[in-house]
Design a binder for this molecule. Structure first.
Ligand code: OAD
Length: 232
């Protein structure tokens, strides 16, 4: 099994900002204001508006999958072994490139979550403090389906199961500073997987990887996928 972990760097060339830019802002907003439960409690309308803006950009046609997303979708389709794709990204660029069964461990921009009935649901339009849940019908309980700082990421059981079996672990476009994703490489390596990092620069966990290749995802990922097919 091949385990692929992606982060914001893979979507950077598609027009989405990464998280740890030099100004400490994410898409122009302080991270603690728009990516924490406290920020949402304090100013829910501001947080709804922020994710509405991102959702709108995703749908606008200016943000589209790049060559790295397409290469991973091709790998998943053609590989002779199971490939699991876990992403920290909330965009749908992997799916739009054709990838199936992507595990969004930090949630999805195109879903909403009802804190009353605890259901996640597809959601393509704006959310607000007055939105009604599509499942229980109650108003005022909907929030973006995003895992914020301090909250538990999704699919951790499936992820740990895959980490315990993979023969190759590949991390793409992630800084390696956010847990638990930052610890996946050590877990995979501990059980004998070969580990590879593809990133613009060495990540915080670069020294743990067996190999690192540095550059832009849109060039490196297709080249790596091609090399995999020419070897196996
Ligand atoms: P970061 O912004 O922390 O890191 C992005 C990484 O991508 C950096 O190491 C960049 O060097 C690299 N990068 C930038 N452009 C690239 C390119 N064109 N090609 C390849 N690499 C490039 O983003 P993540 O590691 O994904 O969590 O952040 C992890 C989590 O922190 C996010 O999912 C989010 C955030 O807070 C939540 O919202 C819960």
């Amino acid at each position: 099994m091949i385990f692929i972990l992606t982060g914001a760097g893979i979507s950077q060339e598609s027009g989405l900002s990464t998280f740890r830019g030099p100004d400490g802002l994410w898409e122009g907003e302080p991270v603690e204001a728009v990516a924490t439960p406290e920020g949402f409690r304090r100013a829910p309308a501001r947080v709804h508006a922020f994710y509405n803006g991102l959702r709108c950009r995703l749908a606008s046609g200016t943000v589209v999958p790049n060559a790295a997303h397409y290469a991973l979708a091709e790998l998943m389709e053609k590989a002779q072994e199971e490939v699991i794709l876990v992403t920290q990204n909330i965009d749908d660029l992997h799916e739009r490139a054709g990838a199936k069964n992507v595990l969004h461990m930090h949630g999805e921009l195109l879903k909403a979550y009802c804190t009353r009935c605890e259901c996640a649901m597809p959601w393509a339009s704006d959310t607000s403090t007055a939105s009604c849940c599509a499942v229980c019908g109650r108003e005022g309980f909907l929030r973006p389906h995003i895992v914020w700082f301090g909250e538990m990421p999704l699919y951790l059981e499936e992820i740990d199961d895959a980490l315990s079996q993979c023969r190759l672990f590949v991390s793409i476009g992630t800084s390696g500073v956010v847990q638990p994703a930052a610890a996946f490489v050590a877990r995979a390596k501990q059980q004998g997987a070969l580990t590879l990092e593809l990133n613009l620069e060495p990540s915080a966990t670069a020294s743990i990887f067996d190999k690192g290749i540095y550059g832009k995802a849109s060039a490196m990922v297709p080249a790596w996928v091609e090399s995999l097919f020419s070897i196996t």
